[in-house]
Design a protein. Structure first.
Length: 338
């Protein structure tokens, strides 16, 4: 695949840190059905670039009600406000629909596209079309193992397999014997990699439980039923903050002694860690993912920069949050930025 940017074989993974004041922007949230939301960049309290106005599309696989993506969007909006970017956000959990949204962005002749690769095979053709149209494409959050194969310029996120392996080791330290890993979206490569990583390092028994993440009452009843029928489960591993909080309710309802660990944070989750309802979380810093993805497109257009040299992802995680450090993070989580 032709690329309009240089490639280097000698660069190593890097962690980029950036800060900007978050901006509340007009527009309604688009979480499904292919609807779009446009956010302007006026009134940025951290100042605004005097470079020509850009238009950038952020297209994710967000499911309705998943608060994780609110944090990603806040980071993206902050970068857009600072960089004089018109940000167009759209999302759909259906991979085919998500690909159509990317095509919409291409048709609008945007200056750059940031996408998630939860189901990379469905995105291959449309990414190729963007590249052919000389529109730079970067990835974030999902697809760390696939972004180079699809020809993306950069990637911002965590290695989900590594994160899962780290959580598995943490379960060993806790003396766990049997864990159930709850997947809320079947076919999502990143979620599968998390559970596979847990299985790789956890010395106990690991089972996978698939639930319908768009129906939280169903999630609760499915986890509750599993705990009632298997009293040997001593850890429930959730793959997102809302599902961890629901799993904690299932533990109570089932009369189980199982503990709950999770990936990802929100403001309710940090409070649950403080109270002891959740043991710990793996944080991938979604605000940073959204911020860096949008900022990277501005840097590329205006200064020819590309982080990681097209060879190495910019890693935003994993890091553990538990009772020992949750107080430091809670204030940021309360603002919806961590």
């Amino acid at each position: 695949m032709d690329r309009s940017y240089p490639r280097s074989r000698k660069l190593v993974p890097m962690v980029a840190m950036a800060a900007a004041a978050a901006l509340t922007l007009a527009g309604c949230s688009s979480s499904s059905g292919g609807k779009e939301s446009e956010e302007g960049g006026a009134n940025a309290s951290a100042g605004k670039a005097n470079t020509p106005r850009m238009t950038v599309a952020l297209v994710t696989h967000q499911s309705p009600g998943d608060t994780f993506w609110d944090i990603v969007r806040k980071g993206a909006e902050a970068a857009a406000a600072k960089d004089n970017i018109k940000l167009i956000y759209s999302a759909d959990p259906n991979a085919g629909n998500q690909a159509n949204l990317v095509q919409n962005a291409i048709d609008q002749k945007v200056d750059g596209i940031a996408i998630t690769l939860a189901k990379p095979d469905a995105m291959k053709d449309v990414v190729g079309k963007a590249t052919k149209a000389n529109i730079p494409v970067v990835g974030l959050n999902s697809g760390v193992s696939e972004w180079q194969k699809l020809g993306l310029m950069e990637f911002f996120g965590q290695d989900e397999t590594v994160a899962g392996e780290a959580l598995g080791k943490r379960l060993n330290e806790a003396g766990a014997k049997k864990a159930v890993c709850v997947i809320q979206e079947q076919g999502n490569i990143g979620l599968t990699q998390r559970c596979d990583g847990v299985k790789k390092t956890f010395e106990g028994t690991t089972e996978t439980l698939n639930v319908n993440g768009t129906d939280m009452p169903s999630v609760k009843s499915t986890i509750t039923a599993k705990l009632k029928t298997d009293s040997d489960i001593d850890y429930v591993v959730a793959l997102g903050a809302p599902f961890a909080l629901t799993a904690a309710q299932s533990v109570d309802e089932a009369g189980s002694k199982a503990k709950v660990a999770t990936f990802d944070l929100n403001k309710q989750l940090t409070g649950a860690i403080s109270k002891g309802d959740i043991e710990f979380a793996v944080d991938q810093q979604p605000y940073l993912q959204g911020y860096l993805a949008i900022d990277s497109l501005w840097l590329y257009k205006n200064n020819g920069n590309y982080m990681g040299g097209g060879e190495a992802p910019v890693l935003t995680g994993p890091a553990f949050v538990d009772k020992t450090n949750v107080e430091k993070i809670d204030a940021f989580a309360a603002k919806g930025t961590r």
